[in-house]
Design a protein. Structure first.
Length: 97
């Protein structure tokens, strides 16, 4: 399930909402933080409730909640790259267009 949420670090100018995925894992339901809604929308990708996806990222605790900060999401042969190998968001890189 895709949900619009308040950005985890608070609202930022020009960022009205963040995208989170709620994914079912063998350890229960997990929230996956993607990033700003505008970045996700530009990727022209969507996920449906029964899609099988692989999330690569970092598990963190933020304000008492467990969540995953996504690096990339893979579905079949489709890869959504969200952060580079250093953890820098793709939208914050100098080469992002």
């Amino acid at each position: 399930m895709i949900e619009h949420a308040t950005p985890i670090w608070g609202p930022i100018k020009g960022q009205s909402y963040a995208i989170h995925l709620l994914v079912r894992t063998d350890r229960g339901l997990k929230a996956v933080h993607i990033g700003p809604g505008w970045y996700f929308d530009r990727q022209k990708i969507s996920y449906a409730q029964n899609d099988h996806i692989k999330v690569t990222g970092s598990a963190v605790v933020f304000e008492g909640d467990d969540l995953i900060i996504a690096k990339e999401i893979t579905r079949d042969n489709e890869v959504l790259k969200i952060r580079d190998d250093t953890g820098c968001p793709m939208w914050a890189r100098p080469d992002y267009q």
